[in-house]
Design a binder for this molecule. Structure first.
Ligand SMILES: *Cc1c(COP(=O)(O)O)cnc(C)c1O
Length: 386
């Protein structure tokens, strides 16, 4: 029954063998920049490419500050640390996300509180957040928001822009502001995604990105912390470079920092990749249109950007009728050389998270998990976009 989908995807990519879900694209630029860095001998966390890469990201996103890190997970961990998240604090996030979002919370000794997503954005639902805060939380004399059921302070909230679709950050920001909760955007998947003209990751005070090999651009491994506040920008730079106090030769560290700075070698890849970002984005919109058109002709729904937003269409996702159809599609595509994947097992279903209580029904999360199938979405020069 889904042979048609296999054939369509193979034709789209003019690839009839092993079609990956998302592979990086390199040309001679990457080799040249890497060679320059190797010749300079500055391959580690000091070097020109890091500053250039940070500046390129700042320019593209209009973020005031950007600090490059070894990966997206370390960027999240740092964002939470600098937000003051520590033992027994509660951090709200969506259950439908990659495990790094939830792990970063537990690295701080904090407790994740998983809420539901919206069906259209696949990202944290402002309605769910509002309802949870009004029914289970209260503002106390200290000016902070407390979960009445656990007697823990809700310190922070992480929204993740799923598959590059923009979440409802403005609405979430308003709710978080009213409750004195620090909002963080996990924009790991959403470089190139805008709400109006504002880049995702720059709407909240803190945002993070990832440049892992499967993301829209890659530095091999890498991440970025974005912030619109000068004091936060300085703190991020300091804590990710072992909290070393600036001095020509002395080693002094004024707190326990992390060795989380991105190496110059990785940044070189990033500089070369940024030159292609606009081409990647334009092509990905065309890939998304092709899938959506095929979907329309074959009565299969694909997830789309909502009005007022521009998705980077990092991954194209279809919605199966039910879990049985999802599993059939996964089986047929993967057995026939077309790599597809379901959504991540929701965080509240993971064994490692069973000790964390959930307080609201996660209906949309479960509904989406049973239906989402991610389709091959790489940039390629071989595409048949006719
Ligand atoms: C990729 C990703 C991360 C983590 O990034 P790494 O660079 O792999 O550490 C975090 N959150 C989400 C949603 C991701 O997709």
């Amino acid at each position: 029954m889904y042979k048609n989908l296999v054939d369509f995807t193979k034709k789209l990519y003019k690839n009839s063998e092993n079609l990956p879900l998302h592979e990086p694209f390199f040309d001679n630029d990457e080799k040249k920049y890497l060679e320059d860095v190797i010749d300079s001998t500055f391959v580690s966390s000091v070097g020109k490419a890091i500053k250039i890469f940070e500046d390129e990201i700042k320019k593209f996103t209009s973020s005031k500050y950007a600090v490059a890190t070894v990966n997206g997970t370390s960027a999240l961990h740092t964002a939470l640390k600098i937000s003051g998240v520590s033992i027994n604090d509660e951090v709200i996030t969506q259950s439908l996300t990659f495990v790094a979002t939830s792990n970063a919370i537990t690295y701080c000794g904090a407790i994740p509180n998983f809420l539901d997503v919206d069906k259209d954005t696949l990202s944290l639902s402002p309605i769910c957040l509002k309802e949870f805060l009004s029914s289970h939380c209260e503002m106390r004399k200290d000016g902070f928001c407390w979960n009445k059921l656990t007697n823990r302070r809700i310190k922070s909230c992480i929204v993740m822009h799923t598959f590059g679709l923009a979440g409802r950050v403005h609405e979430l920001r308003e709710i978080c502001n009213l409750h004195n909760i620090i909002l963080i955007e996990d924009a790991a998947e959403s470089l190139g995604t805008f709400i109006g003209k504002t880049h995702t990751g720059t709407i909240a005070d803190i945002g993070i990105m990832s440049f892992n090999g499967n993301k829209i651009i890659t530095t091999g491994g890498g991440g970025m912390i974005l912030t619109q506040k000068k004091d936060l920008g300085e703190k991020f730079r300091h804590i990710t470079t072992t909290a070393k106090v600036n001095h020509e030769w002395h080693f002094d560290h004024d707190e326990i920092g992390f060795n989380y700075r991105m190496p110059n070698l990785n940044a070189a890849l990033g500089v070369a990749q940024m030159k292609k970002l606009k081409t990647f984005l334009a092509t990905k919109r065309n890939i998304a249109s092709s899938y959506q058109k095929w979907g329309k002709d074959n009565s299969i729904e694909f997830v789309r950007e909502i009005d007022g937003t521009t998705s980077n269409y990092w991954l194209n996702a279809l919605l199966a009728e039910n879990i049985r159809e999802r599993d059939d599609i996964l089986e047929i595509t993967n057995k026939n050389g077309v790599m597809t994947r379901p959504a991540w097992k929701p965080m509240h279903q993971l064994k490692i998270n069973q000790k964390f209580e959930t307080f609201v029904p996660l209906v949309n999360t479960d509904w989406l998990f049973e239906r989402v199938v991610c389709m091959p979405s790489s940039f390629s020069k071989e595409l048949d976009l006719s």
